[in-house]
Design a binder for this molecule. Sequence first.
Ligand SMILES: C[S@@+](CC[C@H](N)C(=O)[O-])C[C@H]1O[C@@H](n2cnc3c(N)ncnc32)[C@H](O)[C@@H]1O
Length: 257
Amino acid sequence: MSCVVTAASWSLLPSAKVVAKTLALPFVEDIDALDSGVALVVDIDCSWLQRLQAPRLGPVHVDFASADMLHRRKAGHNEPLGRAIGVKDNLCPRVFDATAGLGRDAFVMADLGCFVALSEASRPLNYLLREAVARALISSNIKVVQAANRMQVMTGDSAHHEVEGFDVIYIDPMFPERSKSAAVKKDLATIQALQSDDCDYADAESLLAWAYRQAVDRVVVKRPAKARPLSAAKPSHSIVGKTVRFDVIVKPKSAVV
Ligand SMILES: C[S@@+](CC[C@H](N)C(=O)[O-])C[C@H]1O[C@@H](n2cnc3c(N)ncnc32)[C@H](O)[C@@H]1O
């Protein structure tokens, strides 16, 4: 069982049951005895994921107004990503993020001024993304509110969408994390645990083949800095950071590569 739904407190049991039903996931009242998979823990306004196997890592939240996300804005970590998707002066492309995950890259792109569709196949992650965008819309930080206004969460396998009205498709497939940060490792381990058997959607290569067929100007793929490109086709150019690389495939609209 990859994901169950539970409640953060007794008073939230009815809400958690509704969430479980809506997401078609099993509801479990007490997760203490479980030792595999992940729990979506429903809380009043900020639910989270809890990995269940040992070691029980800390909770994984999606929170665009968190200190982490605000640091990422200020530290300018968004610059290589912005260049990869083609942000320039007043030009802010519309981005279809086909692997939204915890929405961190999507938030950075929205914060740069881009309209971003966050497409995420995992139902628990999709739930957390929707909750996070709703919360960000009423944040006391105006920048967070403005970015949230440019974010739209979409359900299901991205490869089942026909992408219209977007300039860029962004793909960030799961790859072994090289970061030394315990928080990053925890987040990745939890997403991986979620995927172990909730994964009946297009893999990274199929997603790239699908992206090539869509009417967009460019496809951007995030890779570990030294990894081979995702497909045999050579990227038009790459933007290399310390640990990650963005492979950019520039293509004329409607071109089938
Ligand atoms: C490495 S994570 C992305 C992290 C994200 N860029 C962020 O900043 O939080 C990859 C995510 O893509 C999702 N995913 C993988 N294949 C997908 C597909 N075919 N359609 C939709 N989502 C997919 C996975 O469920 C996972 O959450």
